[in-house]
Design a protein around this ligand. Structure first.
Ligand code: AKB
Length: 314
């Protein structure tokens, strides 16, 4: 079962896991009204992450044994509504971890490069190092990592967590700092121009959605004995807006890019530039497959298809 199932990762992740485990065996949940396509794709249930009894009911009624907890306000949007981020990201985590303990569920919670801060080494950022994030999103993710590890050591809960870089997909981004690398494709395809809210030299770790889903799905299946940690850094590449534009210019001429940094620049400046995922490579053979050129090609294809299908923009 997924919480926050209609966010950036949920729908695609459900498709991926339904292919693997069967359509009826993967339940999406959220509080958003789903499209017809989502309902046709497989089970979808309304449940609010803040409603513990409602969550209990879903687990009992559907004999849930695995929980993938995606509900969260991302970095930029979290700063705009801190009380809501505290509720969704922190209280929501309290609910799902207790639920997992009560019903002996396996639980996966994504973390992020945003769980690091200006005191962390930024290039590279190792798996275990100082984490003093300066966003409520980052604080909530460190809280989730520590709570999950605590429940693992104290109660034997099978808690797993991957720290993702910016995940790049054709689906609409949800208020993150790395989202420029998605929005740029939509704007270039639709308008031939893009105004970037980060400076051209801002380096951040990134990954195409396909690698992110494969990382998640492979990690879920690693036997416990092979895991030396519960939280692993994963990444595929690092690039700057300028380098992304350079790679995109091989596909499109006459792109007009302007730069107008806003408050997201401060967030990006406090995050890792290069993410060290050697622990994941060592313990469970993690290996990304999609590099920058492939990512750009895939994104042009995927976003064009979406724009042509429904004129969708982010
Ligand atoms: C964000 O930018 O907030 C997210 C993330 C890196 O966790 N995409």
């Amino acid at each position: 079962m997924f919480s926050g199932g209609l966010g950036q990762l949920g729908v695609e992740c459900a498709k991926y896991l339904r292919n693997k485990y069967g359509r009826e065996n993967v339940i999406l949940s959220d509080i958003i009204k789903p499209s017809k396509e989502i309902v046709n794709d497989g089970p979808y249930i309304f449940v609010d992450i803040l409603d513990f009894k409602g969550l209990q009911k879903v687990v009992v009624d559907h004999r849930v044994d695995w929980l993938i907890h995606f509900s969260a306000l991302l970095s930029a949007i979290g700063e705009q509504n801190v009380p809501l981020a505290v509720r969704v990201n922190i209280e929501g985590m309290h609910n799902v971890i207790e639920l997992a303990k009560q019903y002996k569920l396996r639980i996966f919670v994504p973390s992020t490069i945003g769980a690091f801060g200006p005191d962390s080494p930024r290039n590279p950022t190792p798996n275990v190092t100082i984490q003093r994030p300066r966003t409520i999103y980052g604080v909530s993710k460190v809280h989730a990592e520590l709570l999950g590890e605590y429940y693992f050591y104290k109660f034997g809960l099978d808690f797993r967590c991957l720290r993702f870089p910016g995940v790049i997909s054709s689906d609409p981004p949800g208020g993150g700092t790395t989202d420029y690398a998605i929005a740029i494709f939509h704007d270039i395809i639709r308008k031939g121009q893009y105004k970037c809210y980060l400076k051209p030299h801002t380096r951040l770790p990134m990954m195409h959605l396909r690698d992110a889903l494969r990382a998640l799905s492979e990690y879920l299946e690693v036997p416990n004995e092979r895991l030396l940690r519960r939280c692993y850094n994963v990444t595929a590449m690092s690039f700057t807006p300028e380098e992304l534009v350079e790679a995109m210019s091989k596909h499109v001429q006459d792109m007009k890019i302007t730069y107008q940094p806003d408050s997201r620049q401060d967030i990006a400046d406090s995050w890792p530039q290069v993410f060290d995922d050697s622990d994941a490579r060592r313990d469970w053979d993690w290996k990304p497959e999609i590099d920058l050129d492939n990512l750009v090609k895939l994104m042009f294809d995927e976003v064009r298809e979406k724009v042509e299908a429904n004129g969708f923009s982010c």
